[in-house]
Design a protein around this ligand. Structure first.
Ligand code: ATP
Ligand code: MG
Ligand code: MG
Length: 351
């Protein structure tokens, strides 16, 4: 059978590996860290840095298609991989999601609305950006931020020096603060044949910058719901995308504002494991393997809750909830803020 190569062996790589093995594929994981969660289920694991071109070439030679759960792979490494084996989703999807300024330029170029933004490279350009955008605002590192890391709130212009210091000299983007009522995300997929399938948008609640719950259905009017899906489809088509994509949206009276996109399966799509015939992980494997997309229609109202850090202590009690679907990632060490697992609870079955 064919072998799927996955860059990154965290929980997303693990759940992709489970889905792939169910469809008869083998997985080869490439992961710099020791004892990755995906190592429990993948047929093969290479432990090497993302900069090790020789190890990357050997990995690429051993697989039929390469995908990723980690989008911050260096450009030179992607060049080495792509010379040997197709990467899906493609390089352009990676380029626009690796860097927040390129991402916002791309989105606004499609006619979509983002927060007002400006590039920041030093304190003077931050002060100029604050004069242009106003306060409150959020300064974010342009690259490598996740779970709200690498961000500083700016309430008044006097906060500028401390905010810039918090970026450790990294190129950053200043974003105007969006006064949203709530946050939703769309998980969408595009197949090799260009067909598109979107999951119903979910409503996301964050705690300390980390996703806490996703609830289906989201509070959206029929117009907002179709806008959300159309936004995702426009992004997929513009990128000639193959695979699953996550689009984070702010809901405001002025319409839906795009926060960011993730060129991969997404934490806010874990509910699909309990709410759809084909979940986001199988959908991603179907897409990158050139299979037809599966049916992602939602047949249940679902709440997904992340188990973060000490939340895993609740597992014995959760295990007594007989209808709660439990997913644990097999991470040995509990750390504050670390995603240890999640649960899906079906609230209501739809006919
Ligand atoms: P992720 O783990 O989703 O990749 P991240 O570190 O890339 O997170 P963002 O998604 O940009 O960070 O921001 C984290 C959260 O901070 C958002 O979900 C939202 O709640 C809030 N936030 C970010 N940007 C803005 C903004 N411009 N206006 C208001 N709130 C914002
Ligand atoms: Mg992000
Ligand atoms: Mg985000």
């Amino acid at each position: 059978g064919a072998t799927i190569g996955i860059l990154g062996g965290g929980q997303l790589g693990r759940m992709l590996s489970v889905a792939a093995s169910r469809l008869g594929f083998q997985c080869h994981i490439y992961e710099p860290g020791a004892a990755p969660p995906a190592g429990h289920v993948a047929a093969r694991v290479t432990t090497a840095p993302y900069e090790d071109l020789a190890a990357l070439r050997a990995f690429a030679q051993s697989v039929d298609v390469i995908t990723y759960e980690f989008e911050n792979v260096p450009t030179a490494s992607l060049d080495a991989l792509e010379a040997i084996c197709p990467i899906r989703p493609n390089r352009r999807a990676l380029a626009v999601s690796q860097e927040r300024i390129a991402e916002k330029d791309f989105l606004t170029g499609l006619g979509l609305i983002t927060a007002p933004y400006a590039r920041v490279t030093d304190l003077a350009s931050l002060q100029a950006a604050i004069a242009q955008i106003g306060t409150p605002a959020i300064l974010k590192t342009a690259r490598l931020g996740y779970d709200g890391k690498g961000q500083a709130r700016i309430m008044t212009p006097e906060d500028a020096p401390a905010a810039w210091a918090a970026m450790n000299g990294a190129e950053s983007v200043l974003e105007g603060f969006i006064d949203f009522s709530h946050e939703v995300s769309v998980i969408a997929a595009r197949g090799l044949d260009g067909s598109v399938a979107c999951y119903d948008p979910g409503e996301n609640v964050h705690r300390a910058g980390i996703l806490h719950t996703t609830t289906l259905p989201a509070r959206l009017s029929p117009t907002q719901r179709s806008d959300a899906v159309l936004i995702a489809a426009r992004i997929l088509n513009a990128l000639d995308y193959v695979g699953v994509l996550g689009v984070e949206l702010f809901v405001t009276p002025r319409g839906l504002i795009v926060n960011e996109i993730a060129p991969r399966v997404h934490n806010s799509g874990h509910w699909t494991q309990a709410g759809c015939a084909v979940d986001q992980f199988e959908q991603h494997i179907r897409a990158i393997a050139g299979w037809p997309l599966g049916d992602g229609s939602r047949y249940a109202d679902v709440v997904m809750e992340n188990l973060i850090g000490e939340d895993v202590d609740k597992v014995p009690a959760l295990a007594r909830e007989r209808a709660t679907q439990i997913h644990l990632y097999g991470k040995a060490e509990v750390k504050p803020g670390r995603k240890m697992g999640h649960v899906n609870r079906v609230i209501n079955r739809l006919t």
